[in-house]
Design a binder for this molecule. Structure first.
Ligand code: ZN
Length: 637
């Protein structure tokens, strides 16, 4: 039975959403499958099916169940509006009784966030709430809206999902873990990571024209197949799907046929075809872990049709990258892949902002400073020995602002003289601070200085210089990629064995150097430079802003590298501005990580539960905290 909130009240009909049959069967106690991962579009009726599965366990196979969703509000909403209706429509509310029910106690088995019944209970929680720690020994774990949870810190500590899954460990092969969500960006999407680990099933339907089995895919203007539409005087008339094999069009109404148990096709009328089915696209050798991806083109007849999808697509395309990001995530059920192609100079120049260098614009929460050391030649006035540096601000949503860019020319042999001393005096003169228009000061939190190769003696001078600025300054060194070591967890999603950066011990004096994966941060920079302002949102998440008075030359340098077909980069000269930015993006991550660790330690020392601390404190909470501090401070002054 389905709740009244469903567009299909009454008996649940497998032919309306045939693609839910297999995932739901995986959850049955008779199936050997333990993990069912579904990366899905909105409006395909998945939530309703999972609710039914939960109700089945409550009623027919009483077990310990944990339902987790992204936020407290969503959890309450799910309890009140979703599962309650399922319980009522299946008519087993009378089974909800407290384990310690007696005449004197007013305890009830039917509370908002806990439903108790003989043989188990259903706990409803927000993924990152303190409640997660009490959720022990669960047989069935359903994690809804996996990607709706603010991303955790990237330091490679346990994901919050891993912590929840650990609660099912004692059930071994009898556990049931269901995870479903529409994805967010490729880089951040957790559901995409779990999907990639599995056998990546696609749902194949028989083409109602030729009878060949096809996956419904969006395609684009360059493909002859996919979702197509007709317009008349820029009005959308109708939308249809073009089969990749026969090139013929079929319509949303054809779902009645190709979703049925006895589908047919026009080419061979009278022949009964095999019903639509899930096909794995990847061999994993693990039959207990299945992953599924489904987009909104599969939305059941009567819910969200081809025409509405086409209309949505046209609108989102007009909104540019932000629009397409949400269309990819919510409708295509795909993680949006950021465009990491080298942006054109014309495009980058559009990032020139409304503030001038040396000033902190609104939005900035903390500053980092990266220095690139150029040995150059004393005899070449066009390439003298020098230090180039960029001060960068980071704000909520990983927005960045370039605050200042400086060049100090001079001898580099003495950490207490030449260009080193000049830079030191400049920094001392400003006390490492920059100001916003309200006169509030922002101190540079972390300084990184490129120490290059150790064998030319430069590294040694950088170590000595960093000691003058301890504990704010660190030597750093770029590597194209950093392979995760045996005891390290990878922290680049989709690249199973690489790291963004690490602190590595060097030299006999015990100095540490920050090793930076330049490929990762160049990809990040290009991805972010491809995020453009729109009339409604001048600073979308990830946006890079620059002072109005930087010369054009700065922007030329900022992307002066060539992306190689294999994924690497070939350096072009000059590129000091690019190097400084790559290092700054890493310093920003590293400083945030240090704050996450510091905050977690603080809570732990006060006796907070370690699971709660791990799940609650992340880079997002640190940024939120900085924002709250700044707002409070501005309020007082
Ligand atoms: Zn066909």
């Amino acid at each position: 039975m389905l709740p009244p909130s469903s567009p299909f009240p009454g008996l649940w009909n497998n032919q309306i959403t045939p693609y839910m049959v297999e995932p739901i069967n995986n959850l049955s106690p008779y199936s050997p499958v333990q993990f069912t991962i579904m990366m899905k579009a909105r409006k395909i009726g998945a939530s309703t099916c999972f609710e039914n599965a939960i109700a089945y366990y409550m009623d027919a196979v009483p077990s310990e169940i944990l339902y987790s969703t992204a936020t407290e509000a969503l959890a309450k909403d799910w309890s009140k509006k979703k599962i309650s209706h399922v319980i009522d429509s299946l008519g087993f509310r009378h089974k909800l009784i407290s384990a310690d029910n007696n005449a004197k106690s007013r305890a009830t088995g039917d509370r908002m966030m806990t439903k108790e019944y003989i043989g188990g209970s259903l706990d409803i929680i927000a993924a990152t709430s303190g409640m997660a720690k009490r959720a022990l020994d669960k047989r069935v774990l359903i994690i809804d809206e996996v990607d709706g949870v603010a991303p955790m810190t990237t330091t490679g500590e346990g994901q919050w999902t891993d912590i929840l899954i650990a609660h099912t460990d004692c059930w071994n092969e009898r556990r049931k873990v269901g995870m479903f969500s529409s994805p967010t960006t490729d880089e951040a999407s957790l559901i995409n990571q779990y999907y990639e680990k599995g056998d990546k099933r696609k749902f194949l339907i028989p083409c109602p024209i030729c009878g060949k089995y096809i996956e419904l895919k969006f395609g684009d203007k360059s493909t002859s197949w996919g979702l197509k539409w007709e317009t008349k005087a820029s009005l959308l008339i109708d939308a249809y799907y073009v089969c990749e094999y026969c090139g013929d069009a079929f319509f949303n109404e054809d779902k009645d046929n190709f979703y049925s148990l006895q589908p047919t096709c026009k080419k061979e009328p009278g022949k009964i075809l095999k019903p639509a089915y899930w096909e794995p696209t990847r061999q994993t050798g693990d039959p207990t872990y299945r992953s599924y991806q489904i987009n909104t083109l599969y939305s059941p007849n009567g819910m969200y049709n081809f025409k509405s999808i086409a209309k949505d697509w046209i609108e989102k395309e007009e909104q540019g990258e932000d629009g397409m990001r949400s269309f990819a995530n919510l409708r295509m059920g795909l993680a949006f892949k950021a465009d990491v192609t080298r942006p054109s100079l014309k495009k980058i120049l559009e990032h020139r902002g409304a503030y001038t260098r040396g000033n902190v614009p609104p939005g900035v929460l903390f500053l980092t400073m990266a220095c690139d050391v150029q040995r150059g030649s004393v005899n070449n006035p066009n390439n003298p020995p020098r230090i180039e540096l960029e001060v960068m601000g980071t704000g909520l949503g990983y927005k960045t602002w370039s605050i200042d860019y400086k060049v100090f020319e001079g001898n580099l042999d003495d950490p207490y003289g030449g260009a080193w001393e000049e830079m030191f005096q400049w920094m001392k003169g400003i006390n490492g601070e920059f100001y916003d228009k309200d006169g509030i000061s922002y101190q540079v939190k972390m300084i990184g200085i490129d120490c290059g190769d150790a064998d030319d003696g430069r590294a040694e001078r950088v170590y000595r210089f960093c000691e003058r600025w301890a504990p704010f300054a660190y030597p750093l060194k770029g590597f194209s990629q950093l392979k995760a070591r045996r005891n390290e967890k990878s922290d680049i999603p989709g690249a199973a064995s690489f790291k963004k950066y690490r602190a590595a011990k060097i030299g006999t004096a015990g100095e540490y150097v920050l090793e930076v994966s330049t490929i990762y941060y160049k990809d990040t920079l290009f991805g972010r430079l491809n995020i453009n302002a729109t009339p409604d949102n001048t600073h979308p998440n990830g946006y890079c802003d620059f002072p109005a008075d930087y010369p054009d030359e700065y922007y030329v340098q900022l992307t002066n590298t060539e992306k190689l077909p294999g994924g690497g980069y070939k350096s072009l000269k000059p590129d000091e501005a690019l190097d400084c930015r790559v290092y700054n993006l890493c310093l920003s991550d590293a400083w945030l990580e240090s704050q996450v660790k510091r905050t977690r330690d603080e809570y732990l020392s006060k006796g907070a539960d370690s699971t709660w601390v791990q799940m609650t404190i992340n880079s997002r909470t640190v940024l939120d905290h900085l924002q709250a501090q700044l707002t409070a401070f501005k309020g007082k002054n």
